[in-house]
Design a protein around this ligand. Structure first.
Ligand code: HEC
Length: 304
């Protein structure tokens, strides 16, 4: 080999090694930052909120747990809240939402501990919960937190062991890059209280309800593959008012999708989208969601 060519090859090999090394260092730093954050014990005090036995409060709690909270879905805590099935998320890890009835974690948590979990994503031991999307409903007012706790106390106890949770390095890196949320409390402990509009079929209220959608459809709701998700998961579509989204949809089309899981094109919606929860949203919440979706910027598919 000519000396010049040999030099070039050696140079390229050196650049390649350096690049691999810096990717390695980057990954190591992100994983360490994630682990340190998850090991943190928060000093956030327990909110002074407790259960009520008022049937109207319990009924409101049932509604929230089953719809806006999306707790009782098959991929989350399951319809009996006794713990959902184990989801294999490929390179991200393994997720199983635990049993939260009296026979599971529900029995161990005090009302204040449950309130802190639902507000800040902090577990009983003071550490962050993993991947439970508290950020989607942490905006609910105190009266709704009380309602959810009150309902949970009335749910029949289930005797079923909770499945495994494994968070792999790719998930930790995506979390630190804000592409996916696994470390929940870090985002919520210092969140400023928001001025939440009262429930109404308005875009302003819909903006809050729509937080339920952004984990899958993306922050800007234009869809595209969920970062790091295995190919076995279906791809969330564009739900902005763009040609590639829901521009030509009417409210009845949207209602049919949300309540019956049937798309405008007549196809059945993939059950990965938790329609069993969304079907229980009430008319005000559905109308608010629809009103909000009309006001967001129309973006081409895939801008997340
Ligand atoms: C767990 C992930 C997930 C969540 C949460 C979610 N979706 Fe979806 N959504 C999907 C997937 C995946 C598809 C595509 C399903 C298919 O191809 O059948 C979809 C499809 C849709 C469609 C159909 C688009 C079309 O062209 O047929 C609409 C509309 C929609 N979602 C609205 C919503 C709204 C509104 C919310 C929040 C209340 C929401 N989604 C929450 C995953 C999700």
């Amino acid at each position: 080999m000519k000396p010049v060519r040999k030099k070039i090859l050696l140079g390229l090999a050196a650049v390649g090694t350096l690049a691999a090394l810096s990717v390695g260092i980057y990954a190591y730093r992100q994983v360490s930052a994630f682990d340190a954050s998850m090991a943190q014990v928060y000093s956030t005090p327990l909110p002074n909120l407790g259960r009520s036995t008022d049937p109207a409060v319990v009924a409101r709690g049932k509604h929230l747990v089953e719809s806006l909270g999306a707790c009782a879905t098959r991929d989350c805590h399951s319809s009996d809240l006794g713990g959902g099935k184990t989801l294999e998320l490929g390179p991200l890890g393994t997720l199983s939402a635990p049993n939260i009835t009296a026979g599971g974690f529900g029995g161990a948590y005090s009302d204040g501990e449950l309130a802190r979990l639902l507000r800040f994503g902090i577990k009983r031991d003071g550490r962050s919960v993993r991947m439970m999307p508290v950020q989607d409903f942490a905006w609910l007012p105190d009266s709704d937190v009380v309602a959810m706790i009150s309902y949970l106390r009335t749910v029949p106890s289930v005797d079923r062991p909770s499945g495994p949770i494994v968070v792999k390095p790719l998930a930790k890196i995506l979390d630190r890059r804000n592409e996916f949320i696994f470390d929940v409390a870090r985002r919520l402990v210092n969140a400023k209280p928001e001025d939440i509009p009262a429930p109404a079929p308005s875009a302003a209220y819909g903006a809050y309800v729509a937080r339920l959608c952004s984990g899958c459809h993306g922050e800007r709701l234009s869809g595209g593959p969920i970062p790091g998700a295995p190919p076995s998961l279906p791809i969330p579509l564009n739900i902005t008012p763009h040609e590639s989204g829901i521009k030509d949809w009417t409210y009845p089309d949207f209602e049919k999708l949300i309540t019956a899981g049937v798309r405008k094109n007549g196809q059945k919606l993939n059950p990965f989208m938790p329609i069993e929860a969304f079907a229980k949203l009430d008319e005000t919440e559905r109308r608010a969601l629809w009103a909000y979706l009309q006001t967001i910027p129309p973006l081409p598919y895939g801008q997340r």
